[in-house]
Design a protein around this ligand. Structure first.
Ligand SMILES: [Zn+2]
Length: 138
């Protein structure tokens, strides 16, 4: 779905939508507009309307950014210590395979909703919204 920058959404430089506020509210899985309402219905489904302020948070696109940033984060959190551990000691393969792959899966599934919230908060701050669905001629 194409992403557009709309003129009616204030840019990040305006104090009404500070970037760190959007990022922080999104990371805590709260509505970036009010900081009170829940951002998600379940694990990753964005609520169509905030239950506190009624804002349509579903219009902020996340697309592939949350998995990308989650993989980037998990890779640094797991691969670095794994390489360091293998540099200072010798682990048998079964031991490595019983620790690191489950750590990758657990960290990825844990971090993904928080990172998706942060991406939505950043989109809210920067005024990035989805293009409205085109209507078919009658
Ligand atoms: Zn709200």
């Amino acid at each position: 779905m194409p992403v557009i920058l709309r003129d009616d959404v204030p840019p990040a430089a305006e104090p009404s939508r500070p970037f760190m506020t959007g990022l922080g509210c999104g990371f805590t899985r709260r509505c970036p507009g009010c900081g009170k309402g829940r951002l998600f219905d379940g694990y990753l489904k964005v609520r169509p309307a905030c239950d506190a302020c009624g804002a349509d948070n579903d219009r902020y696109p996340a697309d592939d950014a949350p998995p990308y940033f989650t993989i980037l984060l998990v890779g640094h959190l797991v691969v670095g210590p794994m390489l360091w551990l293998h540099a200072i000691t010798t682990w048998p393969l079964w031991q490595s395979m019983s620790v690191f792959p489950p750590a990758v899966v657990a960290l990825t599934l844990t971090l993904l909703p928080f990172v998706k919230g942060a991406v939505i908060g950043a989109a809210w701050s920067l005024g990035i919204v989805r293009e409205p669905e085109p209507t078919l001629p009658a």
